[in-house]
Design a protein around this ligand. Sequence first.
Ligand code: SAM
Length: 256
Amino acid sequence: MSGDATVTCAMTRHWWGPAFYDWVLAATEARGLANRRRRLLASARGRVLEIGAGTGLNLRHYRPDRVTSLTALEPDAAMRDRLAWRAETLTVPFQVLGVTVADADLPDGGFDTVVVTLVLCSVADPAAAAAAIVRWLVPGGRLLFIEHVAALGVRGRLQRAVSPLWTRVARGCHLDRDTLTTLRQAGLSVSDCDRFALPAAGPLFATCVQGVAWRPPIGEPDAEDRVFRASPSIVEVDGVIGVVGVVGVVGVGGVQ
Ligand SMILES: C[S@@+](CC[C@H](N)C(=O)[O-])C[C@H]1O[C@@H](n2cnc3c(N)ncnc32)[C@H](O)[C@@H]1O
């Protein structure tokens, strides 16, 4: 296994970790994340690859009339058990591979849709992961994503200050990743991107992006990014947290 095998959530080292993960996310799911998953994944079609599928919170949102097969990568054995339990209700062909994105041996152009939700924050080498996604997508295929990313302004500075410690505590999760830039640099064309605040999440984790990124069809150079919008929720959160952040920075003597 490569160094990328280090797995996100400290809690998943324990058998109770996956249940705890679902419990921690329950309020966030109920207050909007589940709806976002449903809307995003309604457009998954054909041969689908989900990277870091976790406990399988996305599974019920795939539409069996649109998805022909689902392959999941999940390196954490405890998460995989819960994923397999949830997958029992799936009606499309399903397989789960217990490997990281770095170790996966998958066919080039083998998938019509790739899905990542709350995963790219924790892979060891996001640029390599993005390059693998491009390789595994058929030309014209789409990446569907919901990822937590670096915030702007004061909150972003706080994230950068805290991230090295957090990464150690949370086994590889980074608070300050610029995932959209990583996807674009890998050659994906980002569209329909929504920047929003994760409901019921701590201020340092709240900034998320949800969207679609295309592997440009052969012969078509990378298309312009199409749409970028900010949900009202993120504007509110940035305002409130900006004030809290300023107080915090002043309070600790000007952390950069
Ligand atoms: C925060 S959980 C998200 C789970 C799920 N995608 C969701 O939306 O609830 C991150 C998941 O990514 C997996 N993971 C971490 N590093 C990975 C890697 N390098 N390759 C594939 N999966 C990885 C972890 O095992 C964990 O299940």
